[in-house]
Design a binder for this molecule. Structure first.
Ligand SMILES: Nc1ncnc2c1ncn2[C@@H]1O[C@H](COP(=O)(O)OP(=O)(O)OP(=O)(O)O)[C@@H](O)[C@H]1O
Ligand SMILES: [Mg+2]
Length: 505
C-alpha cells in the first residue's frame, strides 16, 4: 500500500474514556498538507482530548495516529515531535523562571561547538523568531512576568520555531486582542503557504471562516460533521455543535434602572511603566468596559480596582464601604474578581469543583462556613445555573475542560453576592451558547445593583454588555464611548488608531 503523502495528519477511529465520561468515540480526522483544519464543538466536546492524543500527551484507548504517513507508536510528546508535530496547548506551558528566549527555543536550544548553550546565540535566535511573528516581546525578559496574551505568543513562537509539518493550536486567540489575532492569522497563512498543516481550535466562528479550509465538529465526543468551510455557514456549524438552533443575535437589552450611587471610585491611580494617573467611577447597576490590548493598561487598571495590585499613587474606594487597598480588603468590601490568568490566580486546580465555587468573597458565603450542607446545595444550584459540565461536583477542577473551568470561576462570583465584580476576559474559552448565558446572568445582576467592570478584547461582547466603554492605549484612557453608541469597528479604530476597512482581509 502506498503512503498518501497529501495527508499530513490522520487520526483513525480514536476512542478515549475518562472515569465517568467517554471523551472521544470513533473519531477519524484527516488533515491535508498545506491546509488549515478547524476543530469545533461546545465546551467539553472532546477537542483538547483529541489534540492531546494527536500530539502524544494522551494515549488513545483505541485507534491510531499517523503523522506524515508514519504511525505514532509511542504516545509521548517527544515521539510526536520527532514526527514533525508542534502544539500550543490550551493551558499555558511556560517555564516562568526562565527567559523568554529559553521558552521560545525550549525544543531546540542552540549549542556551540562544545555542546554548551550560548546565551547570546539563544537570545539572538529567539528574538529573530519573535520579530518574525511581528510581536514586541523582549527575548531577555523573564517569561513568568509576562501577561497571559504575551505568554501565548511566546508559545506560538516556540511552535513555529522549527520547520514543523503540523502545527496544532488549541484556542490560540482566547486571550489575544484584535491586532494580535491579525498577526496570528498572517503567520498561519504564511505557514500554510509554505506547506505546513494546521489544526485550529476556536470558539469564534468568524475566525474559522477567515482562516480554515476544512472543519470537523465534535459533540459529546462524537464526530457529527466534516465539511469544507466554503460549503457551510455559521448556522450549520452552530446546529452541529449544539444539536439545536442557537441564535447569535445581539443580546436583548434588559431594562435596568439608571446607574445611581458610586460603587467604586478610583482617583489618580497609576502603575509605573503601565498606567498613567487615571480616574474611574463605576456606579451601582452600571457595566463599564475597559477595552484595550496587552500593554494598554486595561488589565492593570482592573487589577488595581479589584485590589489585586497596589497602585503607585492615588486611591480606590468602594463607595461608602471605604478604601480598597489589598485583595483581602477588597473582598471584605464585596469586590469579586475574575482574573485574566485564572489557572494561576483564580482556581485551586486540585480542589473539588464545590470547594472552588465556595471560595467567593466573605460577603455572600461566610454565612455558609458552618453550614456545609447548605453551601453544597448552593454550589450545586450554581453549577446547574452556570451549566457547568462535570462528571461529579467532588471531582478536582483540573479534570474539567477549559471552558468548564471558566464557568466555575464565573459561577463562583455570581453566587457570592458581591457588590462589585471585576472581570478580565470573562468569556475567553467559553462556547458561544454559554457566553450568552453568562451575559444574561451579568445583566440580571446589574439590574439588581451589581457594579461590573469588564476588560475584554471581544468587541461584540463589549458592545453587548457595556453602558460605558473606556478605550485604553499606551497606559491611559484615550476615549470614553456610550455603550449604546459603540460598534466593533469604532472600538477597533479608537483602540489602534487604524481605520477598520484598511485592515480587513
Ligand atoms: N484527565 C482527565 N480526567 C478526567 N476527565 C477528563 C480529563 N480530561 C478531559 N476530561 C473530560 O473529557 C471531556 C472532554 O474534555 P476536553 O478538554 O477534550 O473538552 P474541549 O472540547 O476541549 O472543551 P473546551 O472547549 O471547554 O476546552 C470533558 O468532559 C472533560 O471533563
Ligand atoms: Mg479544550
Amino acid at each position: 500500500m502506498s503512503v498518501v503523502v497529501d495527508d499530513a495528519l490522520r487520526c483513525e477511529s480514536i476512542d478515549k474514556a475518562f472515569p465517568g465520561v467517554q471523551a472521544l468515540a470513533g473519531v477519524s480526522v484527516t488533515v491535508r498538507r498545506g491546509s488549515v483544519h478547524a476543530l469545533l464543538g461546545e465546551n467539553g466536546a472532546g477537542k483538547s482530548t483529541l489534540i492531546k492524543i494527536m500530539t502524544g500527551a494522551e494515549r488513545p484507548d483505541r485507534g491510531r495516529v499517523l503523522i506524515g504517513g508514519r504511525p505514532l507508536r509511542q504516545h509521548t510528546p517527544s515521539a510526536a515531535r520527532r514526527l514533525g508535530i508542534r502544539v500550543v496547548h490550551q493551558e499555558r506551558q511556560i517555564a516562568g523562571d526562565l527567559s523568554v528566549a529559553h521558552n521560545v527555543l525550549l525544543d531546540s536550544l542552540p549549542r556551540n561547538r562544545l555542546g554548551l548553550v550560548s546565551t547570546r546565540g539563544l537570545i539572538t535566535a529567539a528574538q529573530r523568531q519573535l520579530d518574525a511573528l511581528g510581536v514586541e516581546i523582549d527575548a531577555r525578559a523573564r517569561a513568568g512576568a509576562l501577561p497571559p496574551a504575551a505568554q501565548q505568543l511566546v508559545e506560538l513562537a516556540r511552535a513555529v520555531s522549527l520547520r514543523a509539518a503540523v502545527v496544532v493550536l488549541d484556542e490560540p486567540t482566547a486571550s489575544l486582542a484584535g491586532d494580535e489575532v491579525r498577526t496570528l492569522f498572517r503567520v498561519i497563512r504564511e505557514l500554510r503557504a509554505a506547506g505546513t498543516s494546521l489544526v485550529y481550535i476556536s470558539h469564534h466562528l468568524h475566525e474559522v471562516f477567515e482562516v480554515a479550509d476544512t472543519a470537523t465538529v465534535l459533540r459529546n465526543g462524537r464526530q457529527v460533521l466534516d465539511v469544507a468551510v466554503a460549503d457551510t455557514d455559521s448556522d450549520d456549524l452552530l446546529r452541529a455543535m449544539f444539536g439545536r438552533e442557537v441564535t447569535h443575535a445581539r443580546l436583548p437589552r434588559i431594562e435596568r434602572p439608571r446607574p445611581d450611587e458610586p460603587a467604586l471610585v478610583a482617583r489618580g491611580v497609576s502603575l509605573r511603566g503601565a498606567l498613567a494617573p487615571t480616574d474611574v467611577t463605576v456606579r451601582r447597576g452600571e457595566v463599564v468596559a475597559l477595552c484595550g490590548p496587552a500593554g494598554s493598561g486595561a488589565s492593570e487598571l482592573a487589577e488595581i480596582l479589584a485590589g489585586v495590585v497596589a497602585a503607585d499613587s492615588g486611591s480606590v474606594t468602594a463607595g461608602h464601604a471605604g478604601p480598597v487597598g489589598s485583595r483581602s480588603r477588597a473582598a471584605r468590601r464585596g469586590i469579586g474578581v475574575v482574573p485574566a490568568d485564572r489557572k494561576r490566580d483564580g482556581l485551586l486546580l486540585d480542589r473539588s469543583v464545590i470547594e472552588n465555587l465556595s471560595l467567593g468573597t466573605g460577603h455572600g458565603l461566610s454565612r455558609w462556613i458552618h453550614r456545609p450542607a447548605e453551601a453544597r446545595r448552593a454550589a450545586i444550584g450554581a453549577l446547574a445555573k452556570g451549566k457547568v459540565r462535570v462528571a461529579s461536583p467532588s471531582a478536582p477542577v483540573r479534570l474539567l475542560s477549559g471552558g468548564n473551568q471558566q464557568r466555575v470561576i464565573i459561577s463562583r462570583w455570581l453566587l457570592a453576592g458581591c457588590r462589585v465584580l471585576v472581570l478580565d476576559q470573562p468569556t475567553a474559552g467559553v462556547d458561544v451558547a454559554a457566553k450568552f448565558d453568562i451575559y444574561a446572568q451579568l445583566l440580571e445582576l446589574a439590574a439588581d445593583g451589581l457594579a461590573v467592570v469588564v476588560v475584554s478584547s471581544d468587541y461584540e461582547e463589549i458592545c453587548g454588555l457595556a453602558d460605558r466603554v473606556l478605550v485604553m492605549r499606551g497606559g491611559g484612557v484615550v476615549a470614553t464611548v456610550e455603550g449604546a453608541l459603540a460598534t466593533p469597528d469604532s472600538l477597533y479604530e479608537l483602540e489602534t488608531g487604524i481605520r477598520a476597512e484598511e485592515n480587513r482581509v
